[in-house]
Ligand binder design. Structure first.
Ligand SMILES: [Zn+2]
Length: 218
């Protein structure tokens, strides 16, 4: 499996993922993870402004499930294991064109909003926008103001080369994780990087992927 080196470098130290491990998780653990997912799934048609909490429940689901199937707890460690897993990458690519789920259209819409900038850097540069506006305008403004910390990290290299940013699992997971981190970085008001469109799109991408891939049923 190949993806951009900025996202994932295969190393022997990366945890190996075993999707069947989830079946052996104790009952209470499974109940918690399924409960979070159910709350998110029931909200899948919610209005964009109501998508913040369901997104977080979806992330709790991913986090709990990932800790179980990778055996590691640290964000960086389980993200590397998830990005490097051939089965998840193949599931993601196959489901993108599966007309039985809206996942593909949500994933494509989410990718149109990339890159997702790191709020801490925008704040440090004094350029964080509180009104969302058109996404392309915001992205160009941040890039022109020398913001360089964003996900996927290879986004500008693809863009400068005139390429489409690959819509695959590692690129998408990197962008989803950036949205999740931005939610908790202590701003007093919602801003461009966690506006309704970004969070709603991230939520629907992740919840539909998880549902269509059926990982909690394995
Ligand atoms: Zn890339």
């Amino acid at each position: 499996m190949t993806t951009c080196a900025e996202l994932f470098k295969p190393r022997p130290s990366i945890a190996q993922l075993d999707l069947t491990q989830y079946r052996s998780l104790h009952h209470e653990g499974r109940r918690l993870v399924s409960g979070w997912f159910d709350r998110a799934w029931h909200a899948r048609e919610c209005r964009a402004e109501e998508s913040f909490e369901p997104f977080i429940f979806t992330w709790f689901t991913l986090n709990g499930w990932a800790a179980c199937v990778t055996g590691v707890d640290e964000d960086r460690a389980y993200l590397a294991a998830l990005m490097g897993d051939r089965t998840i990458c193949e599931d993601f690519t196959r489901l993108l064109s599966d007309s039985g789920t809206p996942f593909g259209s949500h994933a494509r819409a989410f990718a149109q909003l990339w890159p997702i900038f790191e709020v801490k850097e925008l704040r440090r540069l004094g350029i964080l926008h509180y009104s969302a506006g058109h996404r392309d305008t915001i992205v160009n403004y941040y890039l022109a103001a020398r913001a360089r910390r964003f996900a996927p990290l290879c986004w500008k290299r693809h863009s400068d080369a005139g390429e489409q940013v690959p819509l695959d699992w590692p690129h998408t997971l990197a962008a989803l994780y950036r949205v999740r981190c931005n939610l908790f970085h202590g701003e007093k008001a919602a801003h461009s990087e966690i506006d309704q469109q970004v969070v709603s799109s991230a939520f629907r991408t992740l919840v539909h992927f998880f549902h269509a891939a059926g990982y909690l049923g394995r």
